[in-house]
Design a protein around this ligand. Structure first.
Ligand code: H2U
Ligand code: ZN
Length: 348
């Protein structure tokens, strides 16, 4: 336990997954705000939008028409950031300051539902299970590609996070190399395992369950909490209670429980400011095609941009861009505010 005076004064906290520090300034929460004020986002009122490129039966850019799908729907991104035909794997010249290497990849879009107006918190348990199943199927199918080293499943929700469309959807990028953040996490899992002969997140999970200071909600399979080292004001981490390294190791019951925790956590988010809560969310799974992933503990990150209301956003600028991320509201206060929200959606 940290001494109380340290808790209330500026201090640094270490993120053991990235081995980076965050500066916490609890005394600063009362400062006035004369900056940018956003519009509070609400879900779409339309169940079907004739102008939406993700709704069933509509045409996408390039003219391909979506089928009349009834559950989930996956397609290859029409504007992919990565291309499969690129020859990757050429070694970089370590002597050069102008190092560039080709990168192969493939990008898909997953529609969670045919309904334009739904979001994860407003979907049924069956519908959420279908989303988890489609993630697992896509993960398995992408891993059959010999050069795939990592599969990133992520959802950008809300205009504030750059989502191009309110229709419930996520993206999947599979790449030939391990991206920066998973690379750091992999190194941390491996170093902890070598040193302590235990899993970093199994140990962290036990500690959070004992302390109960930052746990927002849980079920038999998963725990949602505000991590001790959170950077974004209402950042959360979802941990599997069992040590698994990917979706592919989850039992059928655990897949239902993942849907359940996603629903409950996102309801709490929406209820916090009575808005369609924006975030970037992603699954962090072990790298593909190698044995080193066994030390990896399956988890999801939610990075929401809101600060003190539905209309005031946190900007990562200034000191944070140039030095170290910083937060005013402590992770314990953020957790307390999320715990105080109801698990019945404010619109239901
Ligand atoms: P975001 O809302 O997270 O931006 O995801 C939407 C994705 O959909 C985006 O990556 C793709 C964009 O390239 N897209 C298509 O594949 N086809 C379209 O007709 C429009 C958008
Ligand atoms: Zn739509």
């Amino acid at each position: 336990m940290m001494p109380d005076d340290l808790w209330k004064k500026p201090h640094r906290r270490l993120n053991p997954l990235t081995r980076e520090w965050v500066l916490v300034s609890p005394h600063r929460t009362q400062r006035p705000w004369l900056g940018k004020v956003e519009k509070a986002a609400q879900p779409s009122a339309l169940q079907y939008d004739p102008d939406c490129y993700l709704c069933p039966g509509n045409a996408r850019a390039g003219g391909v028409r979506n089928p009349q799908y009834n559950h989930t729907f996956v397609f290859d991104n029409d504007y992919p950031a990565l291309l499969p035909e690129v020859q990757s794997g050429r070694t970089a010249d370590p002597e050069s300051l102008l190092t560039a290497v080709p990168e192969a990849g493939t990008c898909r879009v997953v529609c969670f539902s045919p309904r334009h107006d739904l979001t994860l918190p407003r979907m049924t348990a069956e519908e959420l299970r279908a989303v988890v199943d489609v993630w697992a199927q896509e993960m398995a199918s992408l891993e059959t590609i010999s050069w795939v080293r990592y599969v990133q499943i992520f959802e950008n929700r809300g205009a504030l996070m750059g989502a191009s469309n309110p229709h419930p959807h996520c993206q999947i990028w599979a790449s030939a190399s391990l991206p920066n953040l998973p690379q750091k996490e992999l190194e941390s899992f491996a170093a902890y395992q070598t040193e302590k002969k235990r899993c970093l997140l199994c140990d962290y999970l036990r500690l959070e369950l004992e302390r109960k200071e930052r746990v927002v909600c849980e079920n038999d399979g998963f725990l949602a909490l505000v991590p001790f080292w959170a950077v974004w004001p209402f950042e959360t981490l979802i941990l599997s209670k069992r040590h698994v390294s990917s979706l592919l190791q989850l039992t059928s019951e655990e897949k239902n429980l993942l849907g359940d925790i996603l629903k409950r956590q996102t309801i709490r988010y929406d209820n916090l400011f009575e808005t369609s809560f924006p975030y970037s969310m992603g699954l962090h799974q072990r790298p593909s095609g190698s044995a080193e992933g066994a030390a990896w503990h399956f988890h999801l990150h939610f990075f929401p941009p809101l600060l003190r209301s539905a209309t005031v956003q946190k900007f990562m600028v200034g000191y944070e861009l140039l030095a170290t991320p910083q937060r005013d509201i402590t992770p314990e206060d953020a957790a307390a505010r999320l715990i105080a929200t109801s698990e019945k959606h404010y619109l239901d």
